[in-house]
Ligand binder design. Sequence first.
Ligand code: ADP
Ligand code: MG
Length: 257
Amino acid sequence: MVTATVEGSAVDVRGVSQHFLSPDQVSFSALENVDLPVNAGAFISIVGPSGCGKSTLLRLITGLAVPTTGEVLVGGEKISGPGAERGLVFQDPNLFPWLSVRQNIQAGLVARGVLASKKHEVDEFIQLVGLESFADAYPHHLSGGMAQRVALARALINHPKVLLLDEPLGALDAFTRMRMQDEVLRIWRARGTTMLLVTHDVDEAIYMSDSIVLMTPRPGRIERIIPVDIPRPRDRASPEFLRLRGEILELLHFAGN
Ligand code: ADP
Ligand code: MG
């Protein structure tokens, strides 16, 4: 059994701007003066049109990129590069095709040379994502939802304090997607990991998050942060859910113009 723990760290994005060169060599602002404080253990969704800087913001929090101005703090400390305490999961699960489910999940432990002392955790995480009977299967035998569960377990086994999810469920069919939303929420509750989810799906954002960050493009900025004060588990057909959905879709419609 994986026991309930609070592993999450607070994230604080302070005055962050990210400038890039466009293909015709003109400097533009992919993110402009973004402030985003996130409490330890919170679940935050980021929603906004393509190109508004959502992936750029997640990359800055992973430390894979350095902001032009501003800073990112995790657990009160300024980050200066990638680290195992910040995990990233993409739309493409990117599994190693020549490794079994178990070997994919333990790959990070092998790379860090700690497999021998953490071997018992591999079974815990296989169990956490419900893949006990597929532990020895190879990626080509897995459905899209199972492959994405392996990717989640592979990130979670490093005990990240922050998990960054960049449209991780975007390629799944509607039913698998809803099951995976519950799976991610269950893991979130079990581990207390701070989670930041980028999604195009407003229903997914409302169903899962403590609050929703609406971003607008050119330059990429935070338009507003909307708290979701609906008790969990949430009913997608409840009047309060539908009211918030209408409100956010309207805001996104205006943001697109
Ligand atoms: P989103 O994830 O919201 O769709 P991105 O963060 O991927 O948006 O991109 C924001 C903007 O920055 C886009 O115009 C994109 O083309 C540009 N961009 C992202 N990364 C780079 C880069 N490394 N070099 C130049 N432009 C980039
Ligand atoms: Mg993106």
